[in-house]
Design a protein around this ligand. Sequence first.
Ligand code: NAG
Ligand code: NAG
Ligand code: NAG
Ligand code: NAG
Length: 181
Amino acid sequence: MMMMMEWKWYLWFIRMAVMLLVLERCSWCTTDACLEHERIALLHLKPFFNYGNQLQSWVEVKGSDCCKWERVECNTTTRRLIQLSLNSTKWEDNMEYVMDNRNLNAWYLNASMFLPFEELKRLYLSGNVIGGSLENEDGTQLRLTNLEVLDLSGNLFRNNTISFLQGLSSLKSLTLYGNDL
Ligand SMILES: *[C@@H]1O[C@H](CO)[C@@H](O)[C@H](O)[C@H]1NC(C)=O
Ligand SMILES: *[C@@H]1O[C@H](CO)[C@@H](O)[C@H](O)[C@H]1NC(C)=O
Ligand SMILES: *[C@@H]1O[C@H](CO)[C@@H](O)[C@H](O)[C@H]1NC(C)=O
Ligand SMILES: *[C@@H]1O[C@H](CO)[C@@H](O)[C@H](O)[C@H]1NC(C)=O
């Protein structure tokens, strides 16, 4: 009888421990962290915009809340990105560096890298010496259906390198001054 009681107690103890573990896990996974695939997409973008190590808060740590990273803004309910301010990471802030190096060669952005941010409403990319978007098999369209504000000013876009801007069905504001158009 005694043995039986003890055995039951152990069973209860184990059940409680498992429950606590599950609860803990769940409270961790439902905290206000950003979506994992959006965090990873941001990390893929980081090397292209991290001039002068400006994106120090964009860390490669699993579970890190990318909604709290600099230049990132999320919807507080969905925890998905609604604004990405990658403006002036190269041009204005680091004008001295750019001038010193006479390093005004345009580089080509891969517009497909923004596609994971499906709820993105505002994208600021001004002042980054961007010349266009890389060609992808799918035609390299930006295709962000919720995007309302897009700032591409102060780059090196040309008439024939701007065609990737298609499928932006919600766009209300497009800023293009200061390019080679
Ligand atoms: C956040 O998302 C919810 C649900 O989609 C929406 O109702 C709300 O307007 C959004 N808020 C902002 C600030 O975009
Ligand atoms: C980027 O653009 C946004 C919106 O215009 C502005 O509020 C912000 O100050 C800019 N950031 C930098 C670093 O220029
Ligand atoms: C652009 O990015 C997408 C998504 O990350 C990738 O699948 C594709 O291979 C890239 N294209 C080029 C030309 O690098
Ligand atoms: C770009 O397009 C504009 C408007 O069609 C035109 O006036 C301009 O000459 C073009 N520039 C070049 C370099 O083709």
